[in-house]
Design a protein around this ligand. Structure first.
Ligand code: HEM
Length: 465
């Protein structure tokens, strides 16, 4: 594989040499495995950036759980996710941990079973369905603003608020049910799951042995199981809705004529519910935070809303005109990609840029690091939505920016998420302003998703109120 975009890799051996010697990618030595694991646990984002700066775009990282292959260059990312995707399956520690809670849904499944389920679920995200969801998204955002509590000028935890909103949208859109009644329980459970799964990447045995953490994980998982099982049982009794849940329940295998078991349906519903609200929540929270820190961009955005919408509620048809809004969202997901890292397992030995990727290697890609790669992004840490103008986007490497992944396993909900985030942003920002509490310092916490650490306390002021 050759790099189409020139890069400088001072500390990395030349590819020709690597090819001759059939080397593993460079990286810290094995006797630092324990220390490396501690650094990864404590300062994931900074540590990854340091590894890239020191060892180059392809790194072998020793860890107490075995070697990890870290892929930072967009060419390498494209190779793993798209060009040679047949050789890279969902596997390794992250998939094992995720399957403990989400079962064998679309996110963790592999092979023919994954393809079968993906084809079955895909129509729920077709364009005409999304148009109907668009109305629901705007109405839900308006209803949230109307809630009395928003008038109080008391600080609110924006993460909690956005989680409730996105959970309610995904519940209504895909499963014809309002999840609001379960909001607190689902949010608490997903936070626990998120934290414990992230810990399991650096604490060996945390979830495979009967530890207190595993007990807590299973408790959290059982909470969401109960909610999802109730939903499925109700729908089996009376299926009037024409939504994804009914489709899943009515699906029959072409050859055997058999339907899905309750367990399979539960895994798919749970996966979509969790993957479908937590990520969009993070995208929205980081966007609101960045705007509050860049008031000049926020004012330009309000002008755009005023010009295009003139005070009426945004609809899906307005989105092509809301150009700055889209660029702001894209730039926010560049700096803070909600799915900041994800992984594959190599089925057979492979080669990337002259280095050996051994059979069974645990291979990770990091939107959080590649999105700030200085060879592809000027002043990578600066919030500059204009980077996503058509002129500046033209010619950019497709995998320099991949918040939704790529290749056949690209996020099934990417259009849903983009429409939802833009409609919520336009509806809410045209009517409200968010401000951080004085002195508050928000830092990212890279769990399974990239969240703001702790609560995201902001005051919310109605515009003109
Ligand atoms: C800003 C919001 C979102 C982001 C950043 C995001 C990101 C991603 C990424 C990076 C992947 C690929 C992971 C990999 O290759 O290992 C993925 C997969 C997936 N996402 Fe999303 N996602 C978002 C919203 C959604 C929504 C709204 C839904 C559903 C309603 C959803 C459902 C899924 C599912 C089911 C998969 C697995 C697809 C497969 O492997 O076939 N996501 N997402």
């Amino acid at each position: 594989m050759s790099h189409s975009t020139p890069t400088s890799q001072p500390a990395t051996p030349r590819p020709e040499r690597a090819r001759r010697h059939r080397q593993l990618p460079p990286g810290p030595s094995w006797h630092t495995a324990a220390w490396n694991t501690v650094r990864f646990a404590r300062q994931r984002l900074r540590f990854l950036q340091e590894l890239r700066e020191r060892y180059g775009d392809l790194v072998t990282r020793p860890s107490v759980l075995g070697p990890w292959t870290l892929v930072f260059h967009p060419d390498g990312v494209r190779h793993v996710l798209q060009e040679n995707h047949f050789n890279y399956r969902k596997g390794g520690i992250s998939n094992k941990s995720l399957s403990r809670t989400l079962g064998n849904g679309l996110l963790t499944n592999n092979g023919d079973s994954w393809l079968h389920q993906r084809r079955l679920i895909q129509p729920a995200f077709h364009r005409e369905r999304l148009a109907a969801f668009g109305r629901l998204m705007t109405e839900s955002a308006l209803a949230w603003i109307e809630e009395e509590s928003l008038d109080t000028r008391q600080p609110l935890d924006l993460f909690q608020e956005m989680s409730g909103l996105t959970l309610s949208i995904v519940g209504k859109a895909l499963f014809g049910t309002d999840m609001l009644a379960h909001k607190e329980r689902v949010l608490q459970a997903t936070t626990t799951i998120n934290q414990l799964l992230a810990q399991s990447f650096y604490v060996p045995g945390l979830l495979s042995l009967p530890t207190p953490q595993r007990h807590r994980l299973y408790e959290a998982r059982n909470t969401v199981y109960t909610i999802v099982d109730e939903l499925i049982a109700k729908r089996r009794q009376a299926s009037t809705e024409n939504d994804l849940l009914t489709m899943l329940l009515q699906a029959r295998d072409e050859k055997t004529g058999e339907g899905m078991t309750d367990q399979q349906v539960r895994d798919e519903v749970l996966t979509l519910m969790v993957a479908g609200h937590e990520t969009t929540t993070n995208a929205l929270c980081w966007t609101f935070l960045l705007l509050s820190q860049h008031p000049h961009i926020e004012s330009r955005l309000r002008e755009e809303y005023q010009q295009v919408l003139g005070g009426r509620a945004a609809q899906m048809e307005d989105l092509p005109q809301l150009k700055l809004s889209r660029m702001v969202l894209e730039e926010s997901m560049r700096l803070y990609p909600p799915a900041w890292a994800f992984a594959r397992s190599a089925i057979a030995e492979d080669e990337i840029n002259g280095y050996i990727i051994p059979k069974g290697a645990y291979v990770l890609v990091f939107p959080a690091t590649t999105h700030r790669h200085p060879d592809f992004w000027e002043r990578p840490d600066v919030f500059d939505p204009e980077r996503f103008s058509p002129e500046r986007t033209a010619g950019r490497h497709r995998f320099a920016y991949f918040p939704f992944g790529g290749g056949p396993r690209v996020c099934i909900g990417n259009q849903f998420a983009l429409i939802e985030a833009q409609l919520i942003l336009a509806t809410v920002l045209s009517r409200c302003q968010f401000r951080l509490l004085p002195g508050a310092n928000v830092v990212p916490e890279p769990l399974i998703t990239l969240r703001p650490r702790g609560k995201l306390l902001m005051t919310i002021h109605r515009q003109g109120g």
